[in-house]
Write a protein that binds this ligand. Sequence first.
Ligand code: G3H
Length: 544
Amino acid sequence: MTMSVQHNPLADLFPAQGDIPPAYALPEPVVQEMILIGGELRPWTGPMRTVISPVYLRRGEALEPCEIGRFPEATVAESLAALNAAVAAYDKGRGTWPTMSIAERIACMQDFTRKMIEKRAEVVRLIMWEIGKNLPDAEKEFDRTIDYIKATINAVRDLDNDNSRFVMVEGTIGQIRRTPLGVVLCMGPFNYPLNETFATLIPALIMGNTVVFKTPRWGVLLFTPLIEAFRTSFPKGVINFVYGQGHKVIPPLLNTGVINVLTLIGSSKVADELKKQHPKVNRLRAVLGLDAKNAAIVLPDADLDLAVRECLSGALSFNGQRCTALKMLLVHSSIVDEFLQRFVTALGKLGRGMPWDKGAALTPLPDIGKAQHMHDLVEDALALGARIVNAEGGASCATFFEPAVVYPVKEGMRLYREEQFGPVVPVTPFDTIETALDYVISSEYGQQVSLFSVNPDVIAELVDPLVNQVCRVNLNCQCQRGPDVFPFTGRKDSAEGTLSVTDALRSFSIRSMIAAKQTDDSKKLLDDIVLNHKSKFINTRFVF
Ligand code: G3H
């Protein structure tokens, strides 16, 4: 919908058609008219969903939505076809992919990675246009994903080599390896559509599972340049795409009872609902990254410049749309005024603009409804006695929302407990450490927390109770997921299972073993199998 933006200074942030640097312009809309199912690109002739970019285009005194592509508004029939293809490719564990050696699977993954790297510029451009992520972060998302794939390949190689031997215990010879679980339903989030999706998809694939992949709500077209690489690097049916509205096309997949793993980075509400759709929940493994309301606790003896810097970046990187974002700042009453003043000054200096604009830290939000959601949260707090501390906070224009620093946020306001997932920064004062601790303890979420103090006694006093409430306590730095070799998980409604390069390999596999009595006959039998390379499982090969 075209909107008049007369007298709204924020409208100047949006470009006219001619202002877009040629290197980042989209030459033409990306039209995804095929669905990758069972190794084939099946033509789709049904209804298409139009993708509108967060970047609106300025034309005179108006902003116009910019259509950047279309993808299939597919139905349950196509999602079931994708599932059937994954089931067929797994073939009850006897398919080409689940029975391949690790070395062969690594070769496929390396082939995919090579092809993916060739598409870097296209994918990065689409990340900017589809979800409004700025250029450095979009590039980082791509490069971090490539690093993640390479680290996964190394980890799976180490894992397999560690298991390439027999163990002998109490008269029993065993060989234990990790084996696939079956068919994985993979659902990624819009905020890291490539990286977080691949953080589950890649380990799921390399462990020998077959995958049904539902594209995120926003961030669909960026997979188009990678589809050919998926199709040609893996055996038929190992990866199958599902498009369409999640609430329609996903529950029927779980109803079939043939999905073995649900992996979703999204909301706990959706995860709860989906798990219940499986007729035998005990057969469904769930690997979930869910909601969070990570708090920063800023103590009286904090290095205030450092705390402000970290809290600002922690709260507002990618406009606050990170599950690890700092979504509540608890600041000691003795320093809260000074903190707010410095925070607001630093916020004022952040660059605003389009994703490719140099220095743009704050960019448009992926959906026109998102700014309204931010307004609603702020209005609720204002009605209950809070105020916006920064002069321009809460102003908006189309998809751009000027971050609002809201103070003092109290119990009873939506912002106190709700995950805002956007550019609103709630701040609340506290007098005693117990009050700050209580906030974390009584939360429905348990992902991470950040502590700011230079006093070892204070830090120690807080760390001990907090490590039993969350899964990472960050000292004098913001919350974050990386480095990717660290365990990434959460308590309560924040996660199920653990993701890190090595943990993910475990999450998408199960140990299986052979066992035999430690006798000469067993030794002869196993020797014959190993020396003549008769089994992919029973072997002592070293993967380089
Ligand atoms: O959206 C949640 C992401 O896992 C956060 O990752 O801390 O690397 O931004 P990050």
